[in-house]
Write a new protein. Structure first.
Lengths: 552, 110
């Protein structure tokens, strides 16, 4: 049964102490690796290609300046000076030593952070819109519900050994920036007859069998959120396949059993579960709503903003691409991209993290959000502060004006770090970004989502890229398949494979042909690549990728 | 992970794993484990290699996840035949970190 448990540093300290004892028992031989592996995974510790990796949870991407400074401390003292933002709005450290990880968890616990359920067959970090509480198209702030789901799912005794990992996303906006259709459960806040509730999606996911979710309930009253979600996961826990790892996600359960059968089972379970919830969830939600109350926004004139735009081309370009609309007049949300020329997509240095913490305190109501596209947002910035914010970011190499453009590529760590990868992602992303910058085409191309995964598990969400790239091992050589027409946002779509893969050195020329063909056929500069693809179909783009019949 | 591999004279192999305490990559050598892949023992006999792998599995307080993987005889010792192993022996390509950096640091200390 659900109990109110706010962020509890005693609890995470206790868990850190438990893990310290587990590491000691592993090192003294009391635990074998087979016994230790599930324990370390429960605490976010993987063994990767070169070293251990620690994945730290950043619940729904929301992080305070002090927590960000702690991540900087860990990056500096236990890693090689940086961390890597993930597509689940978390952070990964690539070089920790096992013997140091208990200390790292103690440090995290001191600021209420942890690595619990960042791995394993459990309910993973709940993700949401990075602009939650700021976006003008929001029906309600999704974060109180995200926190309700987080606190309910953390250490949920029934769901520690699910058939497979389980991912929940929630959006409160009409434009879905949380990609709910690609999650095991997706939640969209909706209003009906003046009451808040959820459109509930189930059975979406990427990986080797990419599927978009389906609506299992078109309106779930908000009071029923936890019992209904618990009913879905309890149903899946029993009927999900444990005989085959590749068929164990809920998307397979739903597609094999059929949505209607699955829904009937869930509804029956829901009636049983609802009786067990005796209002603690509603009390908790009230507390969380309070915790996510909006900051006291400044009612001040926007001074200096237009003047700075007129006089500073760099500032103008940055404000053209890296700002998003805010619900409060005079305010904006700012995207700080971690996709500078030559940088590794999503890598943040300790100094950059500290600067972000300082700037969030100075200009951003002390609020920071890790975005699923491996950038960081300052959700609440008054426009009169933008020139100063820009100058500080620029001096740290963090004012690249490319949010949503060609070089704003999502890339998984790939075979540069990941033990599961079949090919590298990072160098391909860097080469594509560099090429289109050098060609001066990035602004002309406009909005474009390129996404790269280094294996079929699709951490880089390649299926959802307007252009997706999947790195594979073909007879001992890195080879890259291209998918076209995917979309994470406007009309969620799984991209379609264009044809035979390309060796690494042919990827950039292929993408170059593809995007030049797009520039040739688009109606005007407002027609994005994905719009042109939808209008014309795949043929003209496949023809550009495979100009010689022998390759078709 | 690499598929199970059995070495022969034509296709020799090495045994590699990760150091338990710190996580870095290691290779089985004559007197234990080394972080220098060129010092690895090259196995050409299936039975000897299998026995060595069993020994490695028995050293779970030192190393994690030992496996046999193909390698070829090079002028300075065993060399990787697959790009995955090549990356394990150098480090990531986006930063000069990992074994490539350790080797350079070692060379500058000599």
């Amino acid at each position: 049964m659900f109990d109110v448990r706010p962020v509890d540093t005693d609890y995470v300290r206790h868990r850190a102490a438990q893990f310290r004892a587990q590491v000691e028992r592993r090192l003294d031989g009391s635990l074998t690796e087979d016994e230790f592996r599930p324990l370390r995974l429960m605490n976010g510790v993987y063994l990767q290609l070169h070293a251990y990796m620690l994945r730290v949870a950043i619940p729904y991407g929301t992080i305070s300046p002090d927590q960000m400074r702690m991540l900087a401390h860990l990056a500096q003292h236990y890693d090689k000076g940086y961390g890597h933002w993930t597509t689940r709005q978390n952070i990964q450290f690539n070089w920790p030593k096992l013997v140091d990880i208990p200390d790292m968890l103690d440090h995290l616990a001191s600021v209420g952070m942890h690595a619990i359920q960042t791995s394993g067959n459990t309910i993973r970090n709940v993700t949401t819109d990075a602009f939650a509480g700021a976006a003008p198209d929001e029906i309600a702030d999704p974060r109180p519900y995200a926190e309700l789901l987080r606190s309910w799912s953390t250490d949920h005794a029934e769901f520690q050994f699910l058939p497979r990992k389980f991912k929940i996303a929630i959006t409160g906006a009409t434009n879905d920036r949380a990609i709910i259709a690609a999650h095991d459960i997706g939640l969209r806040l909706v209003e009906r007859d003046g009451k808040l509730g959820f459109e509930v999606w189930v059975g979406g996911g990427l990986g080797r069998t990419p599927l978009l979710g389906q609506v299992i309930r078109d309106f779930l009253p908000e009071d029923d959120l936890l019992p209904y979600i618990e009913a879905i996961i309890a149903t899946y826990n029993l009927s999900g396949r444990r005989d085959n790892k590749y068929k164990a996600r809920i998307k397979i359960t739903v597609s094999e059993r059929g949505l209607d059968v699955f829904r009937d089972e869930v509804e029956e379970e829901f009636l049983n579960r609802r009786r067990d919830f005796q209002g603690a969830d509603h009390e908790a939600l009230a507390i969380f709503r309070n915790r996510f109350a909006a900051p006291v926004f400044r009612d001040a004139p926007v001074e200096g903003y237009e003047e700075a735009r007129a006089s500073n081309a760099g500032f103008r370009s940055w404000t053209d691409t890296n700002l998003r609309a805010h619900r409060i007049a005079g305010y904006t949300s700012v995207i700080v991209t971690f996709k500078a020329p030559g940088a590794t997509q999503g890598d943040a240095s300790a100094d950059q993290m500290r600067l972000l913490a300082d700037l969030a305190e100075r200009y951003g109501h002390a609020d920071l959000r890790v975005m699923h596209d491996q950038n960081v947002a300052l959700p609440h910035v008054h426009k009169s502060d933008l020139p100063a914010l820009y100058a500080a970011l620029r001096d740290a190499g963090l004012a690249t004006a490319n949010a949503g453009l060609t070089s704003d590529i999502i890339a998984c760590p790939g075979m540069d770090y990941c033990a599961l990868a079949t090919a590298r992602s990072i160098p391909i992303a860097q080469e594509i970004a560099e090429h289109f910058r050098d060609e001066g085409l990035e602004q002309e191309i406009g909005n474009l989502n390129i996404r790269i995964s280094g294996c079929i598990n699709a951490c880089g969400h390649h299926h959802l890229g307007h252009i997706g790239i999947l790195g594979l091992d073909r007879a001992g050589v890195e080879n890259y398949q291209i998918t076209l027409g995917g979309d994470a946002y406007d009309i969620p779509t799984i991209g379609q494979r264009a044809g035979a893969g390309f060796p690494a050195e042919e990827v950039v020329p292929a993408i170059d042909r593809l995007l030049r063909a797009y520039l040739d056929v688009r109606e005007d500069e407002h027609e994005r690549f994905i719009d042109a693809y939808r209008r014309l179909g795949a043929d003209p783009f496949k023809a550009a990728l495979y100009p010689e019949p022998a390759h078709a | 992970m690499s598929k199970a591999f059995t070495p022969t004279v034509a296709k020799p192999g090495v045994i590699t794993a990760n150091n338990l305490r710190e996580g870095f990559n290691v290779w089985m050598c004559e007197d234990g484990w080394t972080a220098d892949p060129t010092q690895a023992t090259l196995f050409e006999d299936e039975a000897i290699a299998e026995l060595a792998l069993l020994k490695a599995i028995g050293q779970s307080n030192t190393v994690v996840g030992p496996y046999l993987v193909e390698a070829r005889r090079g002028p300075n010792g065993p060399e990787p035949t697959h790009f995955r192993e090549a990356f394990r022996q150098t480090g990531p390509s986006n930063y000069f970190h990992g074994i490539q950096a350790d080797k350079q640091a070692e060379a500058s200390n000599v």
